[in-house]
Write a protein that binds this ligand. Structure first.
Ligand SMILES: O=C(CO)[C@H](O)[C@H](O)COP(=O)(O)O
Length: 229
C-alpha cells in the first residue's frame, strides 16, 4: 500500500494545515512532493487537545484524496476509533499501547480491516511495549515531542531511541517502517535518518511555510545526503 521503492517517506501532519480549506491544503502538499498524509487525532483525554475524527478522514477521501492516510490515534480507548477510521478509508492506523486495554486485539482489528498497523511510543514510554508485537506491526512511530501540540522542539534523546528501535527491527528480520514525529525540520532530518528512521512527520516545518515544495525539497536534499547520494 505504501510505496516500498522510496528509502524515505515524508508525511506532512495536517495538524498545522489551514482547516478552513483542508482539501486544498492536502492536494497542495501532495503536489509539493509529500508521500503520505499524517492525520493527528486528539481527544482531550489521552492528550490535552482536541482535533478531528473519522468524518474528516472520510471527507478527504470523498474529496478525491487517494494518497495513503496515516492515522495517529492519540485517544483512549482506541478500539471504537479504529473501527471508525477503517470505515473512513485510513491506510495506516497507529495507537499508543498504554491507551489500549488489549494491544494485540487492537492491532489485529486494524489488520482485519486491511489497514497497516503500528504502535506509538512517547518520549518516555519504554521500548518493552514492542516485545511481543514485532511479528505484527507494520510501523513503529516514535514521538520526539510530548504529544498534543504542533510546533514543539525536537527532544534530542529520541535519537538514541531511534537507534535502539532500528536495531530491534533488524533483529526481527521484518520490513517495519520507523516513523519519527515532532519538531522535525530540514536542519535535523538528516541526523534522524542516520539514526535509523525512514518516515518523517513534519507539520509546522511544512505548513507554516509559504512554499510547501521548497520546504519538502529541503528535507529531501538532507535525506539524500543521509542516503549517501
Ligand atoms: O503528533 C503531533 C503532536 O502530537 C504532531 O504530528 C507533531 O508534533 C508534528 O508537528 P510539528 O512538526 O509542528 O512538530
Amino acid at each position: 500500500m505504501i510505496s516500498p521503492s522510496k528509502p524515505y517517506l515524508i508525511a506532512p501532519s495536517i495538524l498545522s494545515a489551514d482547516f478552513a480549506k483542508l482539501g486544498e491544503e492536502v492536494e497542495r502538499v501532495l503536489a509539493s512532493g509529500a508521500d503520505v498524509i499524517h492525520f493527528d487525532v486528539m481527544d482531550n483525554h489521552y492528550v490535552p487537545n482536541l482535533t478531528f475524527g473519522s468524518m474528516i478522514c472520510k471527507a478527504l477521501r470523498d474529496y478525491g484524496i487517494e494518497a495513503p492516510i496515516d492515522v495517529h490515534l492519540m485517544v483512549s480507548p482506541v478500539d471504537s476509533m479504529i473501527e471508525q477510521f477503517l470505515e473512513a478509508g485510513a491506510s495506516i492506523i497507529t495507537f499508543h499501547p498504554e491507551a489500549s486495554s488489549h494491544i494485540d486485539r487492537s492491532l489485529q482489528l486494524i489488520k482485519d480491516g486491511d489497514a497497516e498497523c503500528g504502535l506509538v511510543l512517547n518520549p518516555a514510554t519504554p521500548l518493552h511495549y514492542l516485545d511481543y508485537v514485532m511479528d505484527k506491526v507494520d510501523q513503529i512511530l516514535l514521538m520526539s515531542v510530548n504529544p498534543g501540540y504542533g510546533g514543539q522542539s525536537f527532544i534530542e534523546g529520541t535519537l538514541e531511541k531511534v537507534r535502539q528501535v532500528r536495531q530491534r527491527i533488524i533483529t526481527s528480520g521484518r520490513d517495519i517502517r520507523l516513523e519519527v514525529d515532532g519538531g522535525i525540520k530540514a536542519s535535523n532530518i538528516r541526523a534522524i535518518a542516520e539514526a535509523g528512521a525512514d518516515m518523517f512527520v513534519a507539520g509546522s516545518a511544512i505548513f507554516n511555510q509559504e512554499d510547501y515544495k521548497s520546504a519538502i525539497d529541503a528535507m529531501r536534499a538532507e535525506l539524500a545526503l543521509a542516503n549517501g547520494e
